[in-house]
Design a protein around this ligand. Structure first.
Ligand SMILES: C[S@@+](CC[C@H](N)C(=O)[O-])C[C@H]1O[C@@H](n2cnc3c(N)ncnc32)[C@H](O)[C@@H]1O
Length: 253
């Protein structure tokens, strides 16, 4: 059967929008939080030069319980970002199995659990997984597992109704176009028919900085996948979110 148009798929004319209302009122301390995130990334680069990238993530979670301040109540920015990403999911839809890749401490995974039958958070750092399990142990439909997006362990394979990847793909060892295309294909292969993939990545300084250029290339790689269709793309200070969908039904040809 041919894959048909899906009601959730955006029209070609509505494939991107700026939304200031949901995240523009940044407080001074939120800017500080962005600086803390930058310092964490610099520390990861330093640790990586002495070991490997994956070991650097392990080490950063050993040095600090919450390296990107995901749960620090002093900063509202991260919480608003997670809530904004949730608000971009098509309204009224509930998900069977959801997968949060690069879940960190599971802040987004926890929100996904309210709209899913089961959520699996996967992170390359075993220490992050241990912290996440401890934080969210009371949520029965939320589990965490160690795994590398670049080489997912056996058992993490299709059919997820939702896959989220937030602020993680920049850290992959290969971020050239071929490497990103390969990740996009892999993620597309994890989706059930009609399943959604949600990417959220940096958007700074009008787009000419290195981080934003990489975010754009990630977005383009996923949009070029023949197995994914763009549902929506939106921009907020200081992140962009892309929602894509696997065809509702697979072609039998
Ligand atoms: C900036 S944090 C974002 C965490 C979470 N997505 C959030 O938004 O709160 C990036 C996370 O990606 C994880 N990570 C980095 N490379 C990874 C990989 N290859 N596979 C899985 N997780 C990875 C890190 O350990 C870290 O927890």
């Amino acid at each position: 059967m041919e894959a048909g148009p899906h009601p959730e798929r955006a029209s070609a004319s509505a494939q991107g929008r700026w939304d200031f209302a949901k995240g523009y009122a940044l407080r001074p301390q939120d800017f500080w939080m962005l600086i803390v995130g930058g310092k964490t990334d610099a520390r990861i680069a330093q640790l990586e030069s002495a070991s490997s990238r994956n070991a650097a993530f392990e080490a950063i979670y050993g040095e600090c319980d919450d390296p990107w301040e995901s749960f620090n109540p002093r900063y509202s920015y991260q919480a608003r970002k997670y809530n904004t990403v949730m608000s971009l999911l098509p309204p009224g839809r509930r998900y069977g199995r959801a997968l949060d890749l690069g879940c960190g401490l599971g802040a987004l995974s926890l929100l996904l659990a309210a709209r899913s039958d089961y959520v699996l958070g996967v992170d390359v750092a075993q220490t992050a997984v241990a912290h996440a399990r401890k934080r969210h142990g009371g949520t029965a439909n939320l589990g965490f597992q160690q795994g590398d997006i670049a080489a997912l362990p056996e058992g993490i394979e299709g059919r997820f109704d939702l896959v989220t990847i937030m602020d993680t793909l920049y850290y992959l060892p290969r971020t050239d176009d071929a490497g990103l295309d390969a990740v996009a294909e892999q993620v597309a292969g994890l989706l059930a028919p009609g399943g959604l993939c949600v990417l959220s990545n940096h958007l700074f300084a009008g787009g000419w900085d290195k981080a934003t250029r990489l975010s754009r290339r990630i977005d383009r790689a996923f949009c070029r996948s023949p197995r994914l269709a763009l549902v929506s793309r939106s921009w907020h200070p200081f992140f962009q979110t892309t929602v894509l969908m696997a065809p509702a039904e697979k072609s039998l040809s």
